[in-house]
Write a protein that binds this ligand. Structure first.
Ligand SMILES: NC(=O)c1ccc[n+]([C@@H]2O[C@H](COP(=O)([O-])OP(=O)(O)OC[C@H]3O[C@@H](n4cnc5c(N)ncnc54)[C@H](O)[C@@H]3O)[C@@H](O)[C@H]2O)c1
Length: 442
């Protein structure tokens, strides 16, 4: 089948590569000329495990191509996916300008029946806006073509995106036209062989399902962080509590890790956007506001622990950070807890030496060259003459480090473990002062 994807970011590229891998003819469009030029040269602008190989294979096989030409994009696919960004606007609501710009382009260039599929995370009612924009643009051209608008939210996780797309937990299709459901069922059939994962519903419910899923996951994290902060005041260990509650199948072990706050391009903006949607219909979503507030507070915890340990004297000190990406297996630093920590340390006149297996380039792009930031190629180099080590991202390479080497490289044997990777008593035995999240009085 012929597929066009607008937006060649994390979602667009994964969707495009996976749909091409199963035999479709996919054209990915982006307005970012640099990005498309890179992709045409076989370079992948983001880090996602396995994506470079999949893109290479499918490009070579002639099933996947890239362009900036919108006209070519609209002419190509029966299926027109919208996978552009929906960042927060000034008041935190989802900014739909990129989605509606694609809708307008489709309206301007359409010459036959098209299925327009919203894969971007968009507020309830967006499909109506997309439909209205296309209809209005067609009317301005004085022409009429049939089209359908579908909501097909994406649930992939960065770092495991290919697997998530190839073996999805669910494929949500929100439509008001049964024929479109069947066409999408056919498109998704290769990912739906093991058992039927396709859930068809009305468009508004599909749009809300995506926000509900992210808000639920963010709620689990903020709940555990709230409990971790309580555990610190009560002298309890949140890791024991986590295992204790996870054993209840109604709760489960997944997604209940305490830490230094959630980041990334989805949870923060989606929780805020849902809360703003609630306001727009005169409903105060108290739980969502609390989830957000707890997370904002949690992103300060690593700084607060350093501030307390060094009695507020952070100026001219140097801190080693292990991890910059918002989570392992990605180079994405959008809303990452590392950014809050670094920016607070810099405000205090401290220096940062950081290592991340993938996000160093992204950190350079965001912060440029600055005297108080040294980005290191090796984790142990970041420790040289540093006054403490802070674990910010739980990359697997940090899980079993050489504690002797850490101690000999650091000025002071202090570890702030923002992901509870280490056993506090073992690390203490190695001669460190150790602070985790929610692990006894601190
Ligand atoms: N990243 C994730 O893990 C993830 C998971 C599920 C859903 N989502 C949602 O998917 C959407 C895309 O997210 P992303 O992380 O892939 O974003 P991204 O920022 O990585 O990519 C978006 C791309 O769209 C391009 N673009 C903007 N306007 C365009 C236009 N008019 N025509 C063509 N291209 C255009 C941008 O240049 C950019 O390359 C968002 O709504 C996001 O919330 C993201």
């Amino acid at each position: 089948m012929k597929v066009t994807i607008f937006g060649s970011g994390y979602v667009g590229l994964v969707t495009g590569a996976c749909l091409a891998e199963v035999g479709n003819d996919v054209l990915c469009i982006d307005i970012d000329e640099k990005k498309i030029a890179m992709l045409k040269q076989g370079k992948v602008p983001i880090y996602e495990p396995g994506l470079d190989k999949l893109i290479e294979q499918n490009t070579k096989a002639g099933r996947l191509s890239f362009a900036t030409d919108v006209e070519q994009g609209v002419a190509h696919g029966l299926f027109q996916f919208i996978a552009v960004g929906t960042p927060p606007d000034e008041d935190g609501s989802a900014d739909l300008q990129y989605v509606l710009a694609v809708a307008q382009s489709i309206g301007e260039q359409m010459h036959e029946y098209r299925i327009i599929i919203d894969k971007s995370t968009v507020p309830v009612g967006t499909a109506d806006k997309v439909r209205a924009k296309i209809a209005e643009t067609l009317a301005a051209r004085g022409t009429q073509h049939e089209f359908d608008v579908v909501s097909n939210p994406e649930f992939l996780k960065e770092g495991a995106a290919l697997d998530d797309f190839m073996k999805p937990d669910r494929i949500i299709i929100g439509t008001d036209n049964p024929r479109t459901t069947e066409l999408l069922r056919a498109l998704y059939a290769p990912f739906n062989r093991n058992h039927d994962r396709l859930i068809a519903m009305d468009i508004r419910s599909a749009e809300l399902t995506k926000y509900a899923a992210n808000a639920m996951l963010a709620t689990k994290i903020s709940f555990m962080n709230e409990l971790a902060n309580l555990a610190e005041r009560l002298g309890a260990d949140i890791e024991n509590v986590r295992i204790g509650i996870g054993s209840d199948p109604r709760i489960g072990y997944n997604f209940i890790y305490p830490g230094c706050g959630y980041g990334g391009s989805c949870f923060p903006k989606d929780v805020t956007a849902l809360e703003r949607t609630a306001r727009s219909v005169n409903y105060e979503a108290k739980l969502l506001s609390a989830v957000e507030a707890v997370n904002d507070q949690q992103k300060n915890r690593l700084f607060e622990k350093l501030h307390k340990h060094f009695d507020g004297n952070l100026s001219n000190k140097t801190f080693a950070l292990w991890g910059l990406a918002f989570k392992p297996n990605t180079d994405d630093m959008r809303e990452a807890p590392s950014r809050v920590l670094m920016e607070k340390l810099w405000q205090q006149g401290a220096n940062v030496q950081a290592f991340d297996p993938q996000a160093v380039e992204e950190a350079t792009r965001i912060y440029g060259d600055r005297p108080d930031l040294k980005l290191c190629d090796e984790p142990y180099d970041a420790l040289n003459n540093a006054d403490a080590l802070v674990i910010v991202t739980e990359w697997s390479t940090f899980r079993s480090p050489d504690f002797e080497r850490i101690k000999s490289n650091l000025n002071c044997p202090v570890i702030i473990d923002g992901r509870n990777l280490y056993d506090p008593s073992y690390v203490a035995q190695q001669g460190f002062t150790y602070y985790g999240i929610g692990r006894g009085l601190s």
